[in-house]
Write a protein that binds this ligand. Structure first.
Ligand code: NAG
Length: 113
């Protein structure tokens, strides 16, 4: 196991960013699904915080942390609402369709209507 140093652990960075913003999308600028999920939120009137991992020198480590969190091979897009991991695009869409997404957004203070 790699030693963990407070404040420099990529998982902690991910969790801190997620906790500090109502809606956070971890993204890579060339990823189409990331653009789609941004458009979905913008279309709902939500202004998500988008964190481009390819623009962060430590983004690769954060990607690995997200892959572990998501339990999938793809790190992005990874959506957090109110500090809670919702998941990739398909989970966001499923929550939108079953009506659980809007209440989550309201609870997080990301949506007022
Ligand atoms: C809606 O779908 C999401 C994502 O699959 C799931 O986590 C959630 O439990 C579902 N909620 C309801 C009310 O069915």
């Amino acid at each position: 196991m790699a030693p963990r140093t407070a404040g420099t652990d990529p998982l902690e960075r991910v969790e801190r960013l997620a906790a500090e913003n109502a809606v956070v999308i971890f993204s890579i600028s060339s990823c189409c699904m990331c653009h789609a999920v941004k458009r979905l939120f913008c279309g709902m009137g939500v202004n998500p915080t988008v964190y481009e991992l390819d623009e962060d020198p430590r983004g690769k480590e954060m990607e690995k942390a997200l892959v572990r969190l998501l339990g999938s091979s793809q790190a992005v897009p990874a959506v957090f609402i109110g500090g809670k991991l919702i998941g990739p695009m398909d989970r966001v869409m499923a929550s939108h369709i079953n009506g659980s997404l809007v209440p989550l957004l309201k609870e997080a203070g990301a949506l007022w209507l």
